[in-house]
Design a protein. Structure first.
Ligand code: ADP
Ligand code: MG
Length: 253
């Protein structure tokens, strides 16, 4: 074979095997040193390409999910949140709830880790091959209103249909007008038994009509869909954010 392996390199490029192209000189050297049989050598190269593709696909899914920040489960301090059931969270991170098309709702006051847990679970889902999309509730409504103006609601609905998991963060902070409430209702109806949801909210369910233009019937119908297959986790601890900033302040005085 030609010293520079020109033909081999061009075949690997044509076949779109960039990881093999990059790694084969090293793997060839190691395998011939260790007298690895041909099959073992080929398997090693195939593994390298598969791993590379998986890493790339995960990176693409994480990007498409549009998380506003990086939060990992490994960074969540369960000792600081004794009311959060660690086992239940680890169980959710296996994504069985996505397979069952069921939902998760984190409720509780501000600063207790609802968004952190939602993003961390969303990232776990991306790593396991699921298509995920993050919105704040306000963003979601805004996206619908914009799509309506631009006559692209069908496209938006198709994007949602192609997601396995949608995160709706901070439901309850901003109340919606009639149109916004109806769009949210449409969204929850579309996701019902099709796409899993993780919702974070500071409001107990009885107060949800407030958010949905004061419409008890609409809020009721929406809750009915959201909570048909749901795990509700109420996080009742002191604000981690507040505690952390108090600690910092105490240190600095
Ligand atoms: P919420 O959504 O409930 O208002 P966040 O998830 O935004 O709260 O948490 C506020 C900040 O505190 C974030 O930076 C988050 O990473 C951090 N935080 C909250 N709880 C924990 C925890 N138990 N361990 C580690 N960080 C936490
Ligand atoms: Mg939050």
């Amino acid at each position: 074979m030609n010293e520079d392996h020109v033909l081999l390199k061009s075949y690997l490029k044509k076949l779109k095997l960039p990881a093999i192209l990059r790694e084969y000189p090293t793997v060839s050297r190691l395998c011939s040193q260790d007298n690895v049989p041909y099959e073992g050598y080929l398997q090693r190269l195939a593994e390298i390409e598969v791993q590379h593709r998986q890493t790339q696909a995960t990176a693409r899914r994480l990007k498409q999910a549009r998380f506003p920040m990086v939060k990992e489960l490994s960074e969540f301090n369960f000792t600081a949140a004794p009311r959060v059931n660690k086992k239940q969270i680890l169980d959710l991170s296996m994504c069985g709830f996505i397979e069952k098309r069921s939902n998760v709702v984190f409720t509780g006051p501000p600063g207790v880790g609802k968004t952190h847990l939602a993003i961390a679970l969303g990232r776990e889902a991306c790593k396991r091959g699921y298509a995920v999309r993050f919105f704040t509730a306000a963003e979601l409504v805004h996206t619908y209103l914009e799509a309506r103006q631009e006559k692209t609601v069908l496209k938006l609905e198709s994007q949602i249909r192609h997601s396995d998991l949608v995160l709706v963060d901070e439901l309850g902070y901003v109340p919606f007008d009639r149109m916004g409430a109806e769009h949210l209702f449409g969204f929850f109806s579309q996701c019902y038994e099709q796409t899993s949801l993780i919702v974070t909210t500071n409001l107990p369910f009885v107060e949800w009509p407030q958010v949905f233009a004061g419409d008890e019937r609409l809020a009721g119908a929406l809750l009915d869909r959201l909570t048909h297959h749901v795990l509700v986790m109420e996080i009742l601890s002191d604000s981690y954010r507040l505690n952390a900033s108090l600690k910092r302040k105490t240190k600095s005085v």
